[in-house]
Design a protein around this ligand. Structure first.
Ligand code: GTQ
Ligand code: FE2
Length: 337
């Protein structure tokens, strides 16, 4: 057989690479190219969403009734890991009508519910009934059984925030339909009420044994919190057994900003989804400015200097992925005073 030293054609080379299961790194724009453009903040104004939510509430196809959720779609469908609301976080409006229910199931994804509008539904989390009123935070940590029921009056709308995109990316997303089985024993919330009865050796990776953080408690706590150097008051929703984040990925804070004040510039490698509980104002993120009012939802990208200005006294409920970044040694945060 005669050896030929002729170079393959481009097409032959491509075919040989494909057949051998290799690919040229120099053609991969993600490898050593310029950093991708920063994410942009987005806002979902309640004024825009309310008619869409009302319309979704009026639909009666079987699929819709099973899960009335409108997902908040981030702006760049070509982003790695898409669909998400912002990197690592998936948010959606979930609507439940009186008499409706969402069947029990569980999944590896952590989820939280923050009630935006309406009252009187219950989320049952590993057998604990968690009433849902405006401003309440309900946790459904990964692998807890959960179902939603609505014995009250009038529609209820809450914001779901999940770490679904991260699980998909990690290949760890998994789902189990009900009926409920293998229910773990749960410590009554009362034992943790004032964090004075804790496991002797808390597992720092354990999710919060408390699944419901009522608005009355959270709003009283933030009103009583000391002012930060910029005058804003901040509280973190914590796992009383560890003092750490509520759940592995989802870390929640409540911020109160007085009328006419602007928060100190803050920059972080983490990503956030914010719900405006009350107030109006605007947020600067890099060179973008977004205006918001009560019940609006907005996102905060990483890597940008951010400030919040409150025209009226404002309370922001903020969910971030900072805890997972912290555990991976990827959390970088700085303040300018
Ligand atoms: O309510 O259990 O928005 O499992 C996405 C997945 C809500 C839920 C979502 C879910 C749920
Ligand atoms: Fe779920």
């Amino acid at each position: 057989m005669i050896e030929t030293s002729a170079e393959p054609t481009a097409a032959q080379r491509r075919a040989a690479w494909d057949a051998a299961g290799v690919s040229p790194l120099w053609e991969n724009r993600l490898a050593h190219g310029a950093a991708p453009a920063p994410e942009r903040p987005m806002v979902w104004p309640w004024q825009t969403m309310k008619p869409l939510i009302d319309d979704a509430a009026a639909m009666n196809s079987v699929d819709v009734i099973e899960r009335r959720v409108l997902s908040l779609m981030g702006p760049d469908p070509t982003a790695p890991g898409y669909p998400f609301t912002i990197t690592n976080l998936n948010a959606g409006y979930q609507i439940l009508l009186p008499g409706e229910s969402a069947r029990p199931h569980r999944h590896s994804m952590n989820a939280l519910r923050f009630v935006l509008d309406g009252n009187g539904a219950n989320t049952v989390v590993d057998g604990k009934v968690c009433p849902m009123f405006e401003g309440d935070l309900i946790l459904t940590p990964g692998w807890t059984w959960h179902e939603h029921v609505h014995p009250g009056d009038g529609p209820i709308v809450w914001l779901d925030v999940l770490d679904a995109a991260l699980h998909r990316y990690l290949g760890t997303d998994a789902f189990e339909p009900g009926p409920v089985r293998n229910m773990p024993a749960r410590t009554p919330d009362a034992a943790y009420g004032y964090a004075n009865l804790l496991p002797e050796a808390p597992d720092p990776t354990m999710h919060s044994p408390v699944f419901r953080y009522p608005w009355a408690t959270a709003s009283a706590a933030v009103a009583a919190a000391p002012r930060g150097p910029d005058g804003a008051r901040r509280v973190r929703y914590v796992n009383p057994a560890t003092g750490g984040a509520t759940m592995s990925l989802l870390d929640c804070t409540l911020v109160e900003i007085d009328a006419g004040r602007t928060t100190a510039p803050f920059r972080t490698s983490s990503h956030a989804v914010c719900a405006v509980v009350e107030g109006t104002g605007h947020t600067q993120s890099g060179d973008a400015t977004i205006a918001w009012g009560a019940k609006d939802v907005f996102t905060l990208p990483s890597g940008q200097w951010m400030t919040h200005y409150a025209a009226k006294r404002t309370r922001l409920f903020i969910t971030t992925d900072r805890e997972i970044l912290r555990r991976l040694d990827l959390l970088e945060e700085s303040w300018k005073s």
